[in-house]
Structures are given as C-alpha cells and as structure tokens.
Design a protein. Structure first.
Length: 329
C-alpha cells in the first residue's frame, strides 16, 4: 500500500479496547463513558482485519488500547494473529501500562512477542498515583521485571509533563540505563476534551528536555529511522539510546508509515485528523473480505500529508475531541 505522498504503509496499530484500568490525566477523563461492548469488534473480526492488512503489505502489528491486556480473551487473539509471523508479518508487539504484565509476560514471549512498550511517566509512587489516578507503581514495576525474566525487551515510554515529572528527568534516564531499557520521551498531544488550560499547563517541549540532557551528557544523533515518529540519540557517557517523539516541536509526518484502527473498526489514516473509514460495516456485511480490502485501499489513497497539532501561548490548534484511549495509544 502506497499513500498519495509515496509513503509505503507497513505498520498497523490496532486498538482492541477503549477500556483501561488506569485513568491517566493526559489520556482520559476520570469518569469515562466507555463504548457499549456491542460496538466493539469481536476478536474474530479483529483477526480478520489484521489478516487483511498483512495481506496488503503490513509488516509490523502493534496491539494497543485502552489497556489491551484487560480485554477478555486477548491472549487467544494474540496467539491466533501470531500465525502470520514469518509469513508476511515481521513483528507482533504491544503497548501496555504494565499492570497485567506479571500475569501474561511468559505467554507473550511464547506466542512470539519479542518486545513491549510500557508507559511509565514517573518512578515516584505518589506521583504515579496522581498521574494514573487508579494505578499502583509497584504493580507496574513487577510487570516490567516479569517481562525481563521472560526475555522480552522493554522500551519505556514517558510523556513529558511540565511541572509534573520534569524534575525526574535524570532519575528516569539513570534507572532505564541501569535496567537496560530504551527510553522514549513523548510530548503531550491535544487529544480528548480535558480542558485547554490543562493541556497548555502540561506541555513540556522536548526541545527544552533535550537541552537539559545536553547539559549533563554528550548527545550523539543517530541515523536510525523506523518510519515512525521517534528520533534517537545515544548518550556517549552511558551508551543509552533515547528517543524523542515531538508532534508539536517537530512535525514528524514526512516519513509516516502507519495507520490506526480503533476497537470499533474505524481506520484513522492520521492520528491528528478526523477523517476515517468504517471497516466494521464491510467486516459484518460478508465473510468475503474483498470489499474490506478495497475499503482499506481507498482509505490509504486519501491519507493526509500530516497532522495539524500546534500549541501557542494563546491556545491549541488541531485539537482532537476523541480521547487517546479511543483511537489507540
């Protein structure tokens, strides 16, 4: 699949649920109204959808949520999808908050998952509880240890939050270095109706964060590109790899190779645009996936050049009203 800007689309992120056992302040409201379960794709429908995308040239599949590991039957779904590994699919992975990793890490490794991304914004238990509202840091750390014991590579994703975790910058870097985890910082994105003032207060430009790192470490820019949004540096003094995902301070859209499918079957060609294609209707209309595959091709043919996210001192441009938990992390 090639989009209108000659970008091959080889990476699919699939949300299997909008539900989560955390309520992170930048992701969702504390008292969320979740989607009726009847609106969600069944696991069988999700498998058909993933199979169609692999047949159309997707090589990397990331399972997201909400929190994917809270979906009932998720391990059976992952085992089913893993049949494509080595037969079109190069990588099956997931993004998780880590709360359920202690239970599932060994089986994930057995299925063929080789690495996971764990969202972790602080190493302070009280601050963790404040950010996640419902989460417990020891549970997540136990999950990360279980992932390591199972042989899974762990990458830590940290949302940079001004006035919240900025004082922990070097503690997070040191901890990841000691534990052998890659670390990627992410700028908070204007997703969800959480209040414009809150978003502006949370926003910590990664250009500032990088400048602070450069005061203590020698940063070596890496040419590594995955088609994704992250840009990487290596810290000369420690050998660590640090990633920066900067949708606001640097638009990373020129090399975008990905699309997202929500748990209700909406295909979003861009995280920061509202245009989408309904894949649930063709999935449910016929067991034959001919129409589904054509719907996917038609949607890729209108993938936009990039998003419109922007912050200023006055307000936010390009804000999406849908929550990140709905679109998929």
């Amino acid at each position: 699949m090639i989009d209108p800007f000659a970008r091959p689309i080889t990476y699919l992120r699939v949300s299997v649920t909008d539900r989560c056992d955390f309520r992170c302040v930048y992701c969702m409201a504390e008292h969320m109204q979740f989607l009726p379960k009847a609106d969600l794709l069944t696991l069988e429908e999700l498998d058909r959808l993933c199979t169609a995308f692999v047949g159309l040239g997707v090589h990397k599949l990331r399972i997201t949520g909400g929190e994917p590991l809270v979906r009932r039957g998720i391990m059976g779904f992952l085992r089913q999808v893993s049949r494509h590994l080595g037969d079109g699919l190069d990588e099956l992975t997931l993004t998780t908050n880590g709360s359920q990793l202690a239970r599932h890490a060994a089986e994930l490794a057995d299925i063929g998952v080789r690495r996971v991304n764990v969202s972790l914004d602080t190493l302070d238990a009280d601050r963790f509880a404040a950010i996640t509202r419902w989460g417990r840091l020891p549970q997540v750390l136990e999950g990360i240890r279980a992932a390591n014991a199972a042989g899974l590579r762990v990458k830590i994703n940290t949302v940079a939050l001004k006035g919240v975790n900025d004082a922990e910058l070097f503690d997070l870097v040191r901890w990841c270095g000691d534990e052998g985890h890659d670390l990627t910082f992410i700028e908070v994105m204007p997703m969800g109706d959480l209040g414009e003032e809150d978003r502006l207060d949370q926003y910590w430009p990664l250009s500032d964060l990088r400048a602070r790192l450069a005061e203590r470490f020698t940063l070596i820019d890496l040419a590594e590109r995955t088609g994704g949004p992250a840009r990487y540096v290596r810290l000369s003094e420690t050998g660590q790899k640090i990633g920066f995902i900067t949708p606001l301070t640097h638009n990373f859209c020129e090399s975008c190779n990905r699309v997202r499918v929500t748990c209700t079957g909406e295909l979003f060609m861009c995280l920061g645009q509202e245009d989408n294609a309904d894949l649930r209707a063709p999935l449910r209309a016929s067991p034959d996936d001919t129409v589904l595959r054509q719907t996917i091709r038609d949607a890729i043919a209108r993938k936009p050049k990039g998003h419109d996210f922007d912050y200023s001192r006055q307000g936010i441009v390009g804000q999406m009203t849908r929550h990140m938990s709905h679109t998929g992390g």
